[in-house]
Design a protein around this ligand. Structure first.
Ligand code: NAP
Length: 462
């Protein structure tokens, strides 16, 4: 029960209408919530088959409530409704795979008889929950990325205290209700809402938290390990996603990938196509094709079934995107499309001849813009692709398999996609970045390993 009297209004980024409110909790409230989760450890984790059953029931309930969730995501995040429906389907996959992990969680048999000293024993490891987990989530996937935190914690048997983004907490309220309806004990699953600086920080610094699982911006994320008391901190952070197109590539597919995934959800995915790096000999042709393709992107009201590019999340983000684009055009980039805005909806932007050192290219843009830069050869393509502080996911389009494998070896990213858009993610994959983009992998199989620790059990052998 919340004791807070302060609230946060949740509004539509498209038209500003009020959608609801949540409590603005304070640090004292967070302290109490962690206390409840910590107390739950005394009873020990529910058995694995019960954890799996909760997750499997949650898949069913989410199927029944799918449209309610899609409308909630679309409303508060400004996500086009068809994309929001896709997020609900993916969240079911995330829950499903977490259930599989719960049912199949195993340790190892240790080869004790491999030494004379060990031969008198039998050794096995058990995977035990690490303890109370703090989950902190971003605004842009208010359902599926929350499932990527809560579902592995449930599968691992960890009580979790979750703080959603202040812009998009309403879908989390629905999800916590759903998980309780699916049978998750309420003391194992706690929701706190309020500003990151107070509520998020109170979670991170608490010594009873054993693992902080954070998805959000690199600026916030890399501050957290310094604030944590003794928790491990796993970070899923930003990117400036490159799509490298060689002259031998299927250009229809490459242009389709850039035009779809540069502008879908106004570029507010951590792996939206941002930098389109194109071999010089086909550069002009790709510029021309992209200019046509951008003209076909439907932007505007996220409730419109035809729209794929809605608003950015708020005015501050809109102004930041437009300022970077203006700085690029002042520095000589060619603006081939877009740049006007109506409220928080920005007309899809295409920039050509972009100096890769500019912010619009090397910092995370998180807006509906694709920036194009030519390269001469494979070596320069690698240098450009790696030429940002980030390393989450990057893509290559080429017909040459040997080159594709060389690129995959040289690109410093957590994931490299070949002839697949770099924005592709399905939820059983290991997903996570290197460099500024993070220090971990999500996907239930990987996350559950992070949230459990091995306990050695030694038995006398005879
Ligand atoms: P953000 O501003 O970093 O916020 C993320 C979360 O951190 C929010 O819940 C926020 O709370 C909280 N927070 C803010 N300051 C905090 C602090 N001092 N201590 C603890 N928590 C704090 O990110 P965002 O704008 O919501 O999301 C967009 C970013 O997430 C982009 O950079 C994107 O690339 C990244 N992202 C990464 C992935 C991935 O898997 N790698 C996936 C999606 C998004 P408030 O909302 O209350 O400020």
């Amino acid at each position: 029960m919340s004791t807070s009297t302060r609230t946060i209004d949740v509004t539509s980024p498209f038209d500003g209408r009020t959608l609801g409110e949540v409590p603005a909790h304070d640090a004292e409230h967070v302290h109490r919530e962690i206390g409840i989760a910590h107390e739950a450890l005394r009873a020990g984790p529910p058995p694995e088959h019960e954890r799996a059953a909760v997750l499997e029931r949650a898949v069913e309930l989410l199927g029944e409530r799918a449209e309610q969730f899609a409308q909630s995501i679309s409303g508060e995040a400004g996500k086009p409704i068809t994309i929001a429906r896709g997020e609900v389907e993916r969240a079911q996959d995330t829950l499903r795979y977490a259930a599989i992990e719960a049912r199949t969680l195993v340790g190892r048999v240790v080869p004790m008889s491999g030494t004379s000293a060990g031969a008198a024993t039998v050794g096995v490891t058990l995977r035990r929950p690490v303890g109370v987990v703090a989950a902190i989530t971003p605004f842009n996937f208010p359902l599926n990325l929350v499932c990527h935190k809560l579902a592995p914690a449930i599968a691992a048997g960890c009580p979790v205290v979750h703080k959603p983004a202040s812009a998009t907490p309403l879908t989390s309220v629905l999800l916590h209700e759903l998980l309780r309806d699916a049978g998750q004990p309420e003391e194992q699953l706690r929701l706190v809402t309020g500003g990151g600086g107070e509520v998020g920080d109170a979670l991170v610094v608490d010594p009873r938290i054993r693992h902080v699982s954070f998805t959000g911006s690199s600026d916030v994320g890399w501050q957290l390990p310094k604030r944590a008391h003794r928790a491990r901190v796993s970070l899923e952070l930003g990117n400036s996603t490159p799509l490298v197109v060689f002259a031998d590539a299927d250009l229809d597919a490459a242009v389709r990938a850039a035009a779809q995934f540069g502008y879908a959800y106004a570029g507010q995915s951590c792996i939206a196509v941002q930098r389109l790096l194109v071999e010089r000999s086909i550069y002009d042709e790709v510029v021309e094709r992209m200019t046509t393709a951008v003209g076909d992107v439907r932007f505007g009201d996220p409730a419109d079934e035809e729209v794929s590019c809605g608003p950015v999340i708020d005015e501050k983000s809109r102004d930041a995107v437009l300022a970077k684009v203006r700085a690029a055009t002042s520095a000589g980039a060619r603006l081939l499309a877009g740049g006007d805005h109506d409220g928080n909806v920005i007309e899809p932007i295409l920039l050509a001849d972009v100096d890769p050192a500019l912010d619009v290219s090397c910092s995370e843009l998180f807006g509906p813009a694709v920036v194009m830069t030519p390269f001469e050869d494979e070596a320069e393509a690698i240098e450009l692709a790696n030429g940002t502080p980030y390393g989450l996911q990057g893509g290559v389009f080429t017909a040459d398999l040997a080159r594709a494998l060389r690129m995959a070896g040289c690109m410093e990213f957590g994931g490299v996609t070949i002839n697949v858009p770099p924005t592709f993610r399905s939820d059983q994959m290991p997903y996570g970045g290197t460099k500024e983009s993070g220090n971990t992998k999500e996907g239930p199989a990987w996350a559950v390993r992070e949230l459990t620790e091995e306990r050695l059990v030694l038995l006398a052998n005879g």
